[in-house]
Ligand binder design. Sequence first.
Ligand SMILES: [Zn+2]
Length: 479
Amino acid sequence: MPSSSPFSTLCPSLTEPLTTEDVQAFVDSVESTRPATDAQLERIREASRHDAQLQKVMDVTLKGWPAGVEDVPYQIREFFDSRGHLSVSDALLTYDDRIVIPASMREEILERIHTGHQGITKCRERANLSVWWPGISKEIKSKVQLCHFCQENQSSQRKESLMATVLPDRPWQKVSTDLFELTGRKYLVVMDYYSRFIEILTLVGTTSQTVIQKLKSVFARWGVPEELVSDNGTQFKSALFDEFKVKYGFQHTTSSPHHHQANGAAESTVRISKHILKQEDPFLALMAYRATPIPATGKTPSELIMGRQIRTTVPIMAKVLEPKLPNHATVKKADAKAKRGYKESFDRRNGTRELPPLQPGDWVRTKLDNEKQWTTEAKVVSKDQSPRSYIIDTGGRRLRRNRRFLRKVPTPACHDTPEDDSLIPDISSESTPTDIQEENDVIPVCSDTSPTSNLNLVPEQRTSSGRLVRKPIRYREDL
Ligand SMILES: [Zn+2]
């Protein structure tokens, strides 16, 4: 991704050799944006000072690299291919906007990049934002492959979308919410469709009132969305919730019952949330998710929702943290393209085809709650406003069902020969695919930033050798 030396951004059309003034101007511009008190950068600077190889690279970078690799001292040859990206500023070697980490600190930084157990791809994306060294990509790969947690939690995750949602026009315009339980605790998760930013909140109960309180705290932080999507949970169907909706002024959309795919964004968010909550420090895991590019958009949830990257435990140059709005058109295009790709590969793997629409008056068979067979006959009353859903009449009872759970029959009398049988996917093998798609080793996420919760974070500790000591956080108790 990085393609040019920082010098080229200073002097875009530069063809002449750099003068000392040019170099100093660049160094000054870098220094002026660096927080003077950043202890982490100071540690890297100090370690770089004691790293003979880096010192040599910095020296050659300042003086100019030889034309051919054969003239480069053997000790620093592994940097030769990257020489166009390297520069030196304030006693730090940089690779574009990334800090080159000295050998003595690489293990520790790898550990930090791996925080959140997000898989190989996302760990690499994370590193791309801020740090570099020769062979970092390979080292990330083996780190993840050797990690038990990553290996155990990897496969199950990603199911892909059948129905791709269009990316909203701006952050926090459309959000989804869902309740879930993990090891006996109840949580509420809220996800922004645009940025994929996630908020995870603990629930003391599952009443409308409790859920509304939590949503209010999230809305206080991010504002009121235009549209809130949820399932048909009783919390969302009360008079209290209706009142909340009117008072705060948002539209509430519920997904079709018995068709999880329709509320796929929330389902996917729940999976990500559980992945985060299972970790020893869920807050760091959530932070890592928010600070890592989402493959579909190529941007981090933080930069899409706030227009800035957040500072994490991975070292980063101050200028990367400066506010900068991503280009919406580019993001939207990337997202649409990714979703098309997910849909195609899903359809290919599952052999699914679009089912023909139904007309009012059509006879269908459907499965009711707990029914394994297509035993219930019904008549289509109308198309529902939610996509691919219909209102049906089962002889007095009106229900909403997704098209997938409706099987057209010619007449109620000859239901043994369903007309479009061949077009109906095998429901028994259905894997409830979801709406939001992630790559195989991608993990989205979040946690409770609610001002009302008292979270006791355990400070980081190190052994005498400098290794990080991770104390489990009594997260579940504290939340
Ligand atoms: Zn891991």
